[in-house]
Ligand binder design. Structure first.
Ligand code: 13P
Length: 340
């Protein structure tokens, strides 16, 4: 285990004014996304799409890292350079999603657990050789009638901790991602309680498995109202509740917190991040690790056509720039300047 490399990687992932692009959609998720814009989901189309994102001119100013899917880590640019080498050459740290998706949690109706621990240490060695310096594992917590259960929180926290320990042993920084889903009609108060319970269970498990907090990055969901709840919390309320939960549960030793967008609109994800990043006196830097909120306009502009690559890159560059401003709390001022 190379502790110095782990420290350098974690610091680079949360470098000021930058964030992480999550481009690690599984082929099944990619199919859903591509279908929405009428694109057939072949391996070559996935390569072309990811390639257009990574080669967007100048985007490295706003990106500290990119999370890749197994297939993408083995793919190359149009010029034949492995994506991982290409990204590293631009100063962007390549990462890899290593979990094998969410599955029904036995005897816990409506709840899920993430799988992928079997053989993970071996896979991690290969990922390191292929250039990955950080990894991601996503746990999913659902809010519903009498859930999340203690069993579900415990099972997912345990898996996250096992994964994180395996990563660190391989000199790869683990992104710890316990996502509390916004699907459902629950109140923002319930989301806050579930988020706090989730993070408490997660950090207890990490400590129990000897994981060094200094060499982890938290990928958190924001505390928002359920998508179908009649009262949608505003930007300031989301920021206040999310920061309260993080301050109560996340050790100051953690080098940084990145957020997922979770199905929020592009603009909401940016506004929420901006409001939180503007807060003073936090023990960790905050930034983005968005998939949909960074990619949606680019995917819509691309539509699978080589002739649309320039327009798609322009859309992606814009979203990356807006979120890079937001992670410094400067996005609102920039909007006001543009409107003046
Ligand atoms: P979204 O930003 O679309 O939620 O994706 C982030 C992610 O990596 C989910 O695991």
């Amino acid at each position: 285990m190379d502790k110095s490399l782990l420290s350098r990687t974690a610091a680079a992932m949360v470098a000021r004014g930058k964030g992480i692009l999550a481009a690690d959609e599984s082929s099944a998720t990619c199919e859903t996304r591509f279908k929405s814009v009428g694109v057939e989901c072949t391996e070559e189309k996935r390569r072309a799409y990811r390639g257009l994102l990574f080669t967007t001119p100048g985007v490295e100013q706003f990106l500290s890292g990119v999370i890749l899917f197994d297939e993408t880590l083995r793919q190359k640019t149009d010029d034949g350079m492995p994506f991982a080498d290409y990204l590293a050459g631009k100063g962007i740290v390549p990462g890899i999603k290593v979990d094998r998706g969410v599955h029904a949690l036995a005897l816990c109706p409506g709840e899920k657990v993430t799988e992928g621990l079997d053989g993970l240490a071996k896979r991690m060695e290969e990922y390191f050789k292929l250039g990955a310096r950080f990894a991601k594992w996503r746990a999913v917590i659902t809010i519903g009638d009498a859930i999340p259960s203690h069993t579900c929180l415990y099972a997912n926290a345990h898996a996250l901790a096992r994964y994180a320990a395996i990563c660190q042993a391989a000199s790869i920084v683990p992104i710890i991602e316990p996502e509390v889903l916004l699907d459902g009609d629950h109140s923002v108060e319930r989301c806050e309680a579930a988020s706090e319970a989730t993070l408490r269970a997660t950090y207890a498990a990490l400590a129990a498995h000897n994981v060094a907090f200094e060499h982890t990055i938290l990928k958190a969901s924001m505390v928002v109202s359920g998508k179908l709840n009649a009262r949608q919390a505003g930007v300031d309320e989301v920021a206040e509740r999310t920061l309260r939960v993080l301050k109560r549960t996340v050790p100051a030793a953690q080098p940084g917190v990145v957020f997922l967008s979770g199905g929020q609109s592009d603009e909401s994800a940016t506004a929420h991040l901006n409001a939180m990043a503007a807060a003073k006196g936090l023990p960790w830097p905050l930034t983005f690790s968005y998939s949909r909120a960074l990619q949606n306009p680019a995917l819509k502009a691309w539509k699978g056509q080589a002739g649309n690559v320039g327009a798609a890159q322009k859309a992606f560059f814009h979203r990356a720039r807006m979120n890079a401003l937001a992670c410094q709390g400067k996005w609102k001022a920039e909007l006001e300047k543009q409107a003046a």
